[in-house]
Design a protein around this ligand. Sequence first.
Ligand code: MCA
Ligand code: AMP
Length: 492
Amino acid sequence: MHAITEAALNQSDKIAIIASGKSFSYKTLLQASQQFATHLLDGRNDLDGARVAFMVDPGFDYVKVQWGIWQAGAVAVPLCVTHPLPSLQYVLEDTGATILVISPQYHDLLAAHALEHSIQLIVVDRLPETTVVVLPQLDSQRNAMILYTSGTTNKPKGVVTTHANIAAQINSITSAWQYAPTDHALCVLPLHHVHGIINVVSATLSIGGTVEFVASFSVEDIFSRFLKGNINVFMAVPTIYFKLIAGFELLDVEAKQQLKNAMKKFRLMVCGSAALPVSVMQQWEQVSGHVLLERYGMTEIGMGISNPYIGFRKPGAIGTPLPGVEVRLVDENMQPVITGEAGEIQIKGENVFKEYWNKPDATANEFTSDGWFKTGDVAVVEEGYYRILGRSSVDIIKSGGYKLSALEIEEVLRSHDLVDDCAVVGIADEEWGELVVAAVVAKAGLEQHQLNQWMRTQMPTYKTPRKYLMVKELPRNAMGKVVKNEIKTMFQ
Ligand code: MCA
Ligand code: AMP
């Protein structure tokens, strides 16, 4: 049995999940997930690492399906519920998923693709009750999940984690941040990335806490949940804290005070996935009375470095290595730098992913010969705390907490009939961290708004450029390479 579902056995009548106005106990969740595993097995003993993709709204069904996939011996591939068809098709094809589980509202979007590719389609709430069969024993080294991450290649890569990797990622943060069965976490994050799946949902459930879900991101909804007084743990990206601060400022004096009183009782508020501006950290302390705990993570490693749960949380810094995580900073020759000098963050430990799905070359490229994972992030250690200085590639953009690849966006732009060439960069933005912008060389007749609308049918909206600049040609250096810093200047 998986470590997370094992914890559920000890909780039984305790509330595991609150969603859509309903509460579900651990017993209900475990039974429903075992039933779901039985459906997936459909007479087989073990799905033996088959990929099961699922596009299920955050809430009880999401966790039931995820746990069901694991208990059937399959690999969970969560799909983002707001992605357009081309992005979903890419993941389905790349993983070779043989089963696709969906909430009913996604039927029209995905049914034709499933039929055409002989993928078994299961609508999550249309299954009859069944008698649970004996479920397979799972070795911890088996593959558990594939999450897609954008990087320095054109297409997103599938990050494969084993059950042991996930357990290590969970154990590291539950011990460092002292998760407890009394935790009641609000999940406002998307469930196709580590931050939501591991830190909020899986880690909280692994220690017997309660996870409450919102249907979609809304400042008003978050505040009204806070005011009820049950929630005591909150985790989000800097953009969300920025939006909450802006929403707080619009409240009247009395409402502000009520909210402040509710937030004072929280045990923990964490921020990560992108650099937390010191101004946002300070304003949030004014608003909530909490010094945000900033930590550093990555899809490939879970969490790596964190400010302390107890002790000084240094503004602008990401803290020290988490339990079980080895960290080093190296120069271009892969030699450790001396303290105070900048170097690339490299990571070792059971938390580090196994491989990129079906991409042995990409996997080999991202590890050193002695097994360190190369993050591509550059940092320095000051007064014992790591501080991020930037990334080694200008083509990685962080916007709204999402990691985006300029190359991937450019490739999609270039596939438009009227686009001859383009260059995508991220420019600094207070709210989003970075804003995606594109310089485009286009044939006559292409209007910006048309291009913008078309892009939104091809990519998730959070990946699409926010500003376009139509140019005659792109600035290039003597080697003919586009000078991305000049593109940035053109937008500033
Ligand atoms: C959306 N909009 C944007 C962006 N995204 N504008 C500029 N830049 C963006 N990146 C615009 C939309 O186009 C729309 O405007 C309006 O904002 C609302 O869009 P919507 O999609 O509804 O946005 P939202 O629901 O308000 O979402 C904002 C958000 C979201 C809640 C901050 O981006 C989010 O959930 N981010 C978290 C991502 C996350 O979990 N990252 C973790 C991965 P219009 O209507 O004009 O189009 S990193 C990770 O897991 C590692 C391990 C780690 O360290 O944690
Ligand atoms: P992702 O691949 O989506 O998991 O994003 C991982 C990347 O997010 C890291 O490689 C960092 O560049 C960035 N990141 C995560 N947490 C932080 C943080 N606290 N400060 C700065 N960058 C961060």
